[in-house]
Design a protein around this ligand. Structure first.
Ligand code: IPE
Ligand code: IPE
Ligand code: MG
Length: 227
C-alpha cells in the first residue's frame, strides 16, 4: 500500500501539439485524465494521500492566455466536483501561495476544502500556485513569528508549518519523460521513490497508473539501512 502518492502532471502541451491542437485542448484533456485518476484511486482505496502538481509559481511566467485558461479550467472543475467529491468521501486540500491567485479561484478552492473537510477517504492535495522553496521560506517565517524557541524546532515541527502537514511522499511520478522535480515538494519527497514514464499526461490511463504501482512494489526501500 502506498501511503502518499504524488504526481507531477506534465506533457499536456506536447500531447496537444502532436495532435495539431491548441495547448488549451491539452490542458482540458489532462484535467479529464486527472479526474479519472482521482476517482479510480478513491474507489479502489489504493493510496491514502494523493498530491498533484498542477500549477507552479514559475508557471505564472507563461503567456497570459494560457494562465487565464488554466485558472478558468481549475475554477470550473472545482465547482463541478464539489458535490461529487463530497459524496465520494474525498477530502480536498490545497498547497500554494494564495496571494498570487485571484479572489474567485481562492474562493472556489476554499469552498471545495470546506465542503469536503469532514470526509475521511482519499485526501487529495492540489498543489496550485505552488513552489517548494517558497513554502519552506513561508514556514520559516511562521516559525519566527510564533517565537518558537530553537530547541523546540525539529523535523516534525517544521512539517507542521508547511502549507499542509502531510506524511512523506512514498512514490513520485512525473509523466512526459522529464526527469526533474521543478521545485515540487523538496522537503516531502526527500526519500520518495521516483518514476518517470515517457507517457504524456493526457495518455496516462488507469492501466499506466497500475503499471507504475507495480513498479513501486518491486522497489527496495532501505532508508539508509542495511537490509
Ligand atoms: C503540464 O503540462 C500542465 C502544467 C504545467 C500546468 P505542460 O503544459 O507543462 O505540458 P508540456 O510540458 O508543455 O508538454
Ligand atoms: C512543472 O511542470 C509544474 C507542473 C507540473 C505544475 P513544467 O512543465 O512547468 O516544468 P518545467 O518547466 O518543464 O521544468
Ligand atoms: Mg511541462
Amino acid at each position: 500500500m502506498i501511503n502518499h502518492l504524488a504526481i507531477i502532471v506534465d506533457g499536456n502541451g506536447r500531447w496537444a501539439k502532436n495532435r495539431g491542437l491548441s495547448r488549451s485542448e491539452g490542458h482540458k484533456a489532462g484535467a479529464q485524465r486527472l479526474d479519472e485518476i482521482i476517482s479510480y484511486l478513491s474507489e479502489k482505496k489504493l493510496v491514502n494521500y494523493l498530491s498533484l502538481y498542477v500549477f507552479s509559481t514559475e508557471n505564472f511566467e507563461r503567456p497570459k492566455e494560457e494562465v487565464n485558461y488554466l485558472m478558468q479550467l481549475f475554477m470550473n472543475w472545482f465547482k463541478k466536483v464539489q458535490k461529487i467529491y463530497k459524496d465520494k468521501n474525498i477530502k480536498i486540500l490545497f498547497s500554494g501561495d494564495k496571494t498570487l491567485l485571484n479572489k474567485q479561484i481562492v474562493n472556489a478552492t476554499e469552498e471545495l476544502e470546506t465542503k469536503t473537510k469532514n470526509n475521511d477517504g482519499l485526501v487529495v492535495n492540489f498543489c496550485l500556485s505552488y513552489g517548494s522553496r517558497r513554502e519552506i521560506v513561508a514556514a520559516t517565517k511562521k516559525i519566527i513569528n510564533d517565537q518558537v524557541s530553537p530547541e523546540d524546532i525539529d523535523e516534525s515541527l517544521f512539517s507542521h508549518y508547511l502549507y499542509q502537514d502531510l506524511p512523506d511522499i512514498d512514490f513520485l511520478i512525473r509523466t512526459s519523460g522529464e526527469m526533474r522535480l521543478s521545485n515540487f515538494m523538496l522537503w516531502q519527497a526527500s526519500y520518495a521513490e521516483l518514476y518517470f514514464p515517457q507517457t504524456l499526461f493526457p495518455d496516462f490511463t488507469v492501466a499506466e497508473l497500475n503499471k507504475a504501482i507495480e513498479e513501486y512494489k518491486s522497489r527496495d526501500r532501505r532508508f539508509g539501512k542495511v537490509k
